[in-house]
Design a protein around this ligand. Structure first.
Ligand code: GUN
Length: 280
C-alpha cells in the first residue's frame, strides 16, 4: 500500500457524509455567512471554493463582499446583525483583513456558537479543556487524516513545528487531547534536529518551503505537511517530499491537508446548525 495520504479522497468521503446528513435534515438547510473585505486575490479564491463546497453538501451560503475602505465599526455592525439572524448558522470572516481593521476585535465579536472557524477565544479555551464543539478547520483536518488512516495517536511522541494561533497552537492542543506526548517547536527552539529525530508524528506548519529534510527524521515517522509554499515557482510544502522514502505515512502538497480545511468547515457548519437547533 502507498504511504502517501490521499487528502482529496478523504475530504470527498467526509463531504459526502455531511451531504447525506444534510439531506436527511427536516426543515431549513444550514446557512453559512461569509464576509470578505477588500480585494485580496487568494481570499477571493478561498471564498469561491468555500461556496462551491457549500453548494455540493447542501449548505446555503451568503457572501458579503465589502469594499477595502469598510471601517471596523461597519464590519462589527454587520457581524452583530448576522449574530442576531436566526437564519444564519455559521459566520466566517475571511482573513487577512485590511490593516486598518483590528482582527482581534472582529473575531471576538462573532457569536462563539456561530464561529465555524473556531478562532474565537471562547472556542480556543474550550479546546484547551477538551470540550470544544467548534474546532479550527485545518488542525482538525490533520487529526481527521490521522484517524482515517488508523494512526494510533495515544502515547506517541508528536512534534508540532510552528506555534501560530491558527494552526500550531490548536493542533498541539488537539494532539494532547488525543493523549499524545506533545512538543511544540518554533523559531527560538534549540536543537530542533534532536526533537525531529525522536518524533513518531511530525506536523509542520511554518510556511518555509521544503524545510524538513530526510536526515532530520527517523525511519517510519508519520509526516503531516500544512505548508503551501513555492519553490522555483512550483507549489510545495514545508516538508521536503524526499522524506517519503523514510516516512511510513506522509501528506503530499497539493492533495494532502489542503482539501481537508474546507471539508472540516462544512462539518463545522453542520455542527453549528445542530447547536442552534438543540439537536447535538
Ligand atoms: N484565510 C486563510 N485561511 C483562512 C481560514 O481558514 N479562515 C479564515 N477565516 N480566513 C482564512
Amino acid at each position: 500500500m502507498s504511504n502517501i495520504i490521499n487528502g482529496t479522497e478523504i475530504a470527498k468521503i467526509i463531504k459526502d457524509e455531511v451531504k447525506k446528513e444534510i439531506e436527511n435534515l427536516q426543515g431549513k438547510k444550514p446557512c453559512l455567512a461569509v464576509v470578505i473585505v477588500g480585494n485580496d486575490e487568494a481570499s477571493h479564491i478561498y471564498v469561491k471554493n468555500k461556496n462551491k463546497a457549500c453548494e455540493y453538501v447542501g449548505i446555503k451560503s451568503d457572501t458579503y463582499f465589502l469594499e477595502d475602505t469598510t471601517t471596523e465599526e461597519e464590519l462589527l455592525c454587520l457581524i452583530d446583525k448576522l449574530n442576531n439572524d436566526d437564519n444564519v448558522n455559521g459566520i466566517l470572516v475571511q482573513l487577512p483583513l485590511p490593516s486598518h481593521i483590528n482582527e482581534k476585535n472582529v473575531l471576538l465579536k462573532i457569536n462563539p456558537l456561530k464561529d465555524v472557524d473556531g478562532f474565537h477565544p471562547y472556542n480556543i479555551g474550550m479546546l484547551s479543556t477538551n470540550s470544544a464543539m467548534l474546532k479550527s478547520c485545518t488542525p482538525s483536518g490533520c487529526i481527521e487524516l490521522l484517524k482515517r488512516y488508523n494512526v494510533e495517536i495515544k502515547g506517541k511522541n508528536a512534534l508540532v513545528i510552528g506555534r501560530s494561533n491558527i494552526v500550531g497552537k490548536p493542533i498541539s492542543m488537539m494532539l494532547l487531547n488525543e493523549d499524545a506526548t506533545v512538543t511544540t517547536a518554533h523559531t527560538k527552539t534549540k536543537d530542533l534536529e534532536y526533537l525531529t529525530k525522536q518524533a513518531d508524528i511530525i506536523i509542520v506548519a511554518i510556511g518555509v518551503a521544503n524545510f524538513l529534510k530526510p536526515h532530520m527524521i527517523k525511519e517510519g515517522v508519520i509526516l503531516i505537511d500544512v505548508g503551501m509554499d513555492r519553490y522555483n515557482g512550483k507549489l510545495c510544502g514545508d516538508i521536503d517530499f524526499s522524506c517519503s522514502k523514510k516516512a511510513s505515512l506522509i501528506t503530499p502538497v497539493p492533495g494532502g491537508v489542503g482539501p481537508m480545511t474546507i471539508t472540516m468547515l462544512m462539518k463545522n457548519c453542520l455542527i453549528a446548525y445542530k447547536i442552534q437547533n438543540n439537536t447535538i
